[in-house]
Design a protein around this ligand. Sequence first.
Ligand code: UTP
Length: 226
Amino acid sequence: MPVVLSIGGSSINPDGKPDINFLKGISKVLKESKDEFGIVTGGGSVARAYANAAKELGASEYDADAVAIVATKLNAHILISALGDIAHPNVPMTFERARMHLGKHKVVVMGGTIPGITTDSDSALLAEAIGAKRLVNVSNVDAVYDSDPRKNPNAKKFEKLTYEQLIDLAVKSDKRTAGTHFVFDMLACKLVARSKIETHFVSGKNMKDVANAINGKKHSGTVVKS
Ligand code: UTP
């Protein structure tokens, strides 16, 4: 059974340009692993800049999302460049196509799919579509907290959560002020809950944690399971 990785744009292109060390580090982990991988890459600051520019130019929310999706695919392609032969050379547009590519390649990398959702939800849908044994969310947030750790120095970090607790935290974060957002969006939380997909949250700055999460071993982030 494959493993799904949701890799935030915050890890791939933190300052608007690709982080070569991160790309080399994650590629090494994937090459050394015996597993197969379905990966979804986020768009990060480039996606946000282009979506905002599109809106300033008069684009609808739908069309601004379509612009942002292209940025997620740009990150998918740069990861494919780092992975070389072990990855399918194309970025599939659908989960069905990703599933087809998997039997032939060790890694398939996709970006966003349709406007109105995020790559968190894409990764949960991909995990359902390919029957993944677990999903690992790699981003600049090292774990799930009870409040935003950047704003609250006393935020409590969770080592383990149930699906219900994860959904409760996502609901709570919906009520926060604009500009703050939870580490995993609500639809993604509901999808992993309905299919009981073991979900790990780790920082892209700690490749040991990423490798441990991929293998279902202990790490310093958060694991969600029943
Ligand atoms: P994400 O917001 O999922 O990427 O996609 P990210 O960089 O990992 O997210 P954060 O902000 O750092 O947590 C970037 C944008 O692309 C569009 C949305 O506008 C989303 O905000 N998108 C992505 C879609 O419209 N559909 C998708 O399937 C994926």
